[in-house]
Design a protein around this ligand. Structure first.
Ligand SMILES: Cc1ncc(C[n+]2csc(CCOP(=O)(O)OP(=O)(O)O)c2C)c(N)n1
Length: 252
């Protein structure tokens, strides 16, 4: 009996990610969802700039590379060119989505673009060597905040899910984590819903996944998982921030 297998939507190549980085788990969840929904033939992913820039090597579907932060704009074009036959997702880090790409993200949500965004928040710029990100926590030590993020001159983190949930255009926004089995299961449910919403033409869906970067956080993989539980989740509470569908049902 086969109890564990590689999803068809993941290519048979080793990931380049560092030990303890959770990009690999999130890739797997996205691939499992694509398989389960039977959309592998029509799915187009938009790969970002950041550690997951090589996502086009890993997902066995069509992939398009976007300039840093511009994935929601590229996804908009791909989706609108054939809305009935393209299932389009972006896969973006916090530097990508919440810094250089803030405008594209906010306006794609405001327009209620029928796309799915997987937003990987590891509170740091991973690929470029661990600089402070828009989501780095107050007090967090990074390459560019060696004494800890000082909010008096670096300002405060951007809470993407809270911010986007204020927009009438945003359909579904949920924050999840992948630091333990229970959270991984919930993350998969949220990712599946975000793709199903697109199939059902329900509009803009974004899943924020709290992720790890042991290398740039300067931690072992197990300490990084503890840091997610003790520091990140209290600052970025998990849960559904917006579900237009559920709100409509409540009103009825
Ligand atoms: C226009 C532009 N500016 C800056 C860069 C440099 N750059 C590459 S990756 C990156 C940060 C990526 O961080 P994040 O999106 O958080 O993803 P992670 O690597 O942590 O997964 C930056 C600033 C670039 N490639 N293009």
């Amino acid at each position: 009996m086969v109890v564990f297998d590689r999803p068809k939507s993941l290519c048979d190549v080793p990931f380049h990610y560092c030990p303890g980085c959770t990009h690999g788990i999130i890739h797997r969840l996205v691939a499992e969802v694509i398989d389960e929904l039977g959309i592998e033939g029509k799915t187009i992913g938009v790969a970002p700039v950041g550690c997951s820039v090589l996502a086009y090597n890993y997902f066995a579907c069509d992939m398009v590379e976007a300039a840093h932060g511009r994935a929601p704009a590229v996804a908009t074009g791909l989706k609108r060119s054939d809305p009935d036959n393209h299932i389009v997702f972006t896969y973006q880090g916090d530097g990508d989505l919440a810094s250089i790409g803030t405008a594209e993200t906010v306006h794609a949500a405001a327009r209620n673009e029928n796309i799915t965004i997987i937003f990987v928040n590891n509170a740091i710029y991973g690929m470029t060597g661990g600089q402070m990100a828009p989501t780095s926590l107050p007090g967090q030590v990074t390459q560019t905040s060696p004494y800890g993020r000082d909010t008096s001159h670096c300002g405060f983190p951007v809470k993407v899910s809270e911010m986007l949930s204020q927009l009438d255009g945003a359909g579904y926004i949920e924050r999840v984590a992948v630091n333990n089995v229970k959270n991984v299961r919930n993350a998969k449910k949220a990712i599946k819903k975000a793709f199903q919403n697109q199939i059902d033409k329900k509009g803009f869906s974004l899943v924020e996944v709290i992720s790890t970067c042991p290398t740039n956080w300067g931690m072992t993989p197990d300490k990084a998982l503890e840091w997610v539980e003790e520091k990140m989740i209290p600052y970025y509470p998990l849960g559904v921030y917006k579900d237009r569908d559920a709100e409509k049902k409540e009103e009825e």
